[in-house]
Design a protein around this ligand. Sequence first.
Ligand code: SF4
Ligand code: SF4
Length: 347
Amino acid sequence: MRIKSTALNNLKLAIKEKARQLGFTLAGVTACKEPAHYETFSAWLDKGHHGTMQYLADEKSRARRADPKQILPECKSILVLAYPYAPLPQDAGKIASYALNDDYHDVLLSKLKQIVSFIEETLGHTIPNRYYTDTGPILERDLAQRAGLGWIGKNSMLINPTQGSYFFLAEILLGIDLESDPVFETDHCGTCTRCIQACPTQCILPNRTLDARRCISYLTIELKDDIPEDLRPLMQDWIFGCDICQQACPWNRFAQPSSFAETKIPLPILTDELGLTPSAFNQRFKLSPIKRAKRRGYLRNVAVALGNTGSVKDIPALEQAMQDDEPLIQKHAQWAKAQIIKRHPHE
Ligand code: SF4
Ligand code: SF4
């Protein structure tokens, strides 16, 4: 689709302004071509570092990540956006900051749709498009770096010098040829290794990827079965995701407050969480990303957290969970009770 270059430039500026009005704090454009880090991603899959996330490794998924045109053949440029969320206070671990609000997929997808409508209204016709946040078959951190939003840190997060890394990324593939923004070339990690030292499971690899099989985010959200026993004591009291490598990063001292910042769900009391019935779980997390772990996974995580941080007074709640209909919860509650008894043998 050919549109005069001045008009395109004005359109790009107007799109960025529209995105800013909708709460996005970063916006950049990159061309629709192969991501620079595809080979790293492919090698990561070949080594099995994706664990049980098999959907990442199938042929179609690989092909789409290697070439965004496999998703949208008419794609000419990609708009990459960042939308901030509030970091947790450092002493309030347990649930990753991003998950304390309504499901970001719902919130952001409606905003992305508004940007597409804005572009189409401005042009006076429809355009081929696809948009995603997080779950798309696309290497979004790679595209974000190429669109000038920041660099990929040693903790594998996209980091911006003024915004830190507490933001969601989103992408709109567009069938119009917007001019690319300059690639973000500088690596501001330098000699810092704070995230690597802080990671309790030592899963940060030297090539800025993670061994997901050991990452607490994976273990608490993506893994559907037993958590390996050797990793359970390392998980501290994180019950959904993990922020430790973001909390350790000095660039996050610049993190900005966001319109998406208020905490919508109360920080959990572990023994209360362990008592959630299926209907209470559904009710509590209806609008939350936590529903992704499902009740069985979430209560499994809560049991592990109690095993790591609980005391004798928590044993009745664990014994109750040992009677749950779900064997996964029973087993992890049993493990947790044994851990507490090991720590407090005379109580
Ligand atoms: Fe390590 Fe937690 Fe970061 Fe995963 S999210 S890499 S476990 S610090
Ligand atoms: Fe880079 Fe240091 Fe931040 Fe890790 S903690 S991502 S090494 S700046």
